[in-house]
Design a protein around this ligand. Structure first.
Ligand code: 5GP
Ligand code: MG
Length: 180
């Protein structure tokens, strides 16, 4: 894909927003920071599927300290009313008791997903929990979440690519695009 060009996915057009190079530079800087801060902590990276899979892979390749990675899937169901939202967490297989956990998320939007998930995670007895996100839509926040590491603050506009999808497609782009 040529990053300078707009792309079409389903019925929508998307324009270039963050290049592969910009993304990889931020991830490299984050890895350096984590390698320092977690040097003797044997952290567990907890990646939230599906969106964070590429971010996780690229970051984890640059982690040079002893570390583990595991994956969970968070599902958000919208009921008949807006208050009727249920979040199900699938498969926290790792034992995180007394471990230093770094949650990896692709994007924080309203904050709903994390605000529901973090207490569940805390109940497993980790030594510490920090949040690292690739993209932060600050203006969209409805539920307060404290982020520890943010690669990019972005405007409240829909984005795709680099793991993020539009109705199932677009994840396999090295760059990130924004809705036109
Ligand atoms: P939150 O619970 O913070 O509102 O939303 C988090 C989830 O919503 C993300 O993990 C992601 O799946 C989805 N999401 C939010 N904004 C975007 C966006 O701009 N593009 C895509 N592809 N997904 C988004
Ligand atoms: Mg996500």
């Amino acid at each position: 894909m040529n990053f300078m060009k707009a792309i079409s996915l389903h019925d929508k057009e998307f324009v270039p927003f963050l290049s592969e190079r910009e993304i990889q530079e931020k991830i490299e800087a984050l890895a350096l920071q984590l390698n320092n801060e977690y040097a003797d902590k044997k952290p567990i990276f907890l990646s939230v599927l599906n969106g964070a899979f590429l971010f996780t892979a690229d970051l984890f390749k640059q982690i040079t300290i002893e570390a583990e990675v595991c994956f969970i899937k968070l599902a958000s169901y919208n009921g008949m009313t807006s208050s009727e939202n249920v979040i199900t967490s699938i498969g926290l297989a790792a034992n995180i008791v007394d471990r230093h956990v770094i949650v990896l998320e692709d994007i924080i939007d309203t904050g709903k997903t994390l605000q529901h998930f973090l207490p569940q995670l805390a109940a497993h007895g980790p030594a510490s929990v920090k949040i690292a996100v690739l993209l932060n839509k600050k203006e969209a926040r409805q539920y307060q979440v404290d982020l520890d590491y943010t690669c990019f603050d972005i405007p409240n506009k829909f984005v795709v690519g680099y793991g993020l999808d539009y109705d199932g497609i677009g994840r396999n782009s090295k760059d990130i695009y924004q809705l036109k």
